[in-house]
Design a protein around this ligand. Structure first.
Ligand code: FES
Ligand SMILES: [Fe+2]
Length: 370
């Protein structure tokens, strides 16, 4: 798990100015709410007075109030009100990490890290969003009992389709191409590939569909950063899916996936439901495999696996992860686990670069090159 990337925190509709939204990402709790301007704010969910959970409190005048002793915090993380201080002037130390946010595609994202704006990796864009000829399904959020890197690697793996999703219309990878190395290309902060699949596409059992002949199916996937992924399924120029997966590691064992499905056919809203149904059947098939992987986390050494050319995109993904290891962005999960209950760590926010005297310790990071 890495600091310094954008993570999906909650659906826009769950972020409001009355009741804070509480969640867990990267093994730590966060709170989301709307300030007086309606802007989504995301903060570490630990009150620096004596450890209360801000997310269990309430929002008053666009500020979050701790339920324990009523300390109030603005969206910038600074304490604005301490009921028991005679002059009600909170000390400068009374501040909580507050993170940059972006709200897109019905999702509140937070940049969980301390990089200044110009150095931040980008948030994965959906170019089809709001474009004529495309329609988005309602946002689907689901949890997987697996480590997020395993989930990402599953999305970057074209050779599982015919085994894991045989009944859901998933095309088989073309027999002539199956044994060739994947042609993986780098993109900014990630990589992608496209492959050609068999002409025959099996029908979707859940929809009672027959097999169809499709001249040429091109499909592939890619990732941007460690936790966002795209899958393209192009049956033809006009018959296409682009699927976006914004993944938030809850901790080292669980992942929350924010899934946006874009389609360029069956555009009528009444098709949303059946498409969502098939998508979830496919997701469940993946989840059943992912939740049984052993070890839960990807082994550190490739000597503990037997990788073949069709794992090329997985290997390229891991190479990217090594680059972010080199930057010193990987969270030291073992220490985080060992200190759980004794130390409330925090992901350092950008403000830590310009001001000192923070109460919570920054989350332990794996030294670069470790
Ligand atoms: S612990 Fe939050 S106000 Fe006391
Ligand atoms: Fe799959």
């Amino acid at each position: 798990m890495y600091i310094n990337f954008w993570y999906p925190i909650c659906a826009s509709e769950d972020c409001n100015d009355e009741k804070p939204f509480r969640t867990r990402v990267l093994g730590l709790r966060f709170v989301a709410f709307r300030d007086a301007e309606g802007q989504a704010r995301v903060m570490r969910d630990v009150c620096i007075h004596r450890g209360g959970s801000l997310g269990k409190g309430w929002v008053r005048d666009g500020q979050v109030v701790c339920p324990y002793h009523g300390w109030r915090f603005g969206g910038d993380g600074k304490c604005t009100h301490i009921p028991t201080l005679p002059d009600d002037s909170p000390p400068a130390r009374a501040k909580v990490d507050s993170y940059p946010t972006e709200e897109r595609y019905g999702i509140v994202f937070a940049f969980l890290g301390d990089l200044p704006e110009e150095e931040r990796p980008p948030l994965l864009e959906i170019p089809e969003w709001d474009q004529p000829g495309w329609r988005a399904n309602k946002l689907t959020v689901f949890e997987v009992g697996a480590f997020y890197e395993r989930s990402m690697e599953n999305g970057l793996d074209p050779s599982h389709n015919e085994f894991v999703h045989p009944a859901q219309g998933s095309p088989n990878i073309n027999a002539n191409l199956r044994r060739r190395p994947l042609d993986v290309q780098d993109i900014p902060w990630g990589s992608k590939f496209l492959v050609t699949f068999e002409n025959e596409v099996k029908g979707t059992e859940a929809l009672g569909e027959e097999a169809t002949l499709v001249p040429e199916v091109e499909a592939g996937s890619g990732h941007v950063g460690p936790n966002t992924m795209i899958t393209w399924i192009n049956f033809s120029e006009t018959n296409r899916f682009s699927q976006y997966f914004f993944e938030a590691p809850i901790d080292e064992n669980r992942t929350r996936v924010f899934f946006v499905n874009m389609r360029a056919f069956m555009l009528e809203p009444e098709n949303d439901e059946r498409i969502a149904k098939v998508n979830m059947i496919v997701a469940q098939e993946d989840i059943q495999i992912l939740e049984e992987l052993d070890p839960v986390r990807t082994p550190k050494s490739t000597a503990k696996e037997v990788l073949v050319p069709s794992d090329g995109a997985v290997m390229r993904y891991r190479k990217w992860l090594r680059e972010w290891d080199e930057k010193g962005w990987r969270i030291d999960s073992r220490r985080l686990r060992a200190d759980a209950g004794d130390i409330a760590y925090s992901i350092p926010c950008p403000d830590r670069r310009s001001s000192g005297n923070w109460v919570l310790d920054p989350v332990p990071l794996q030294p670069a090159g470790d």
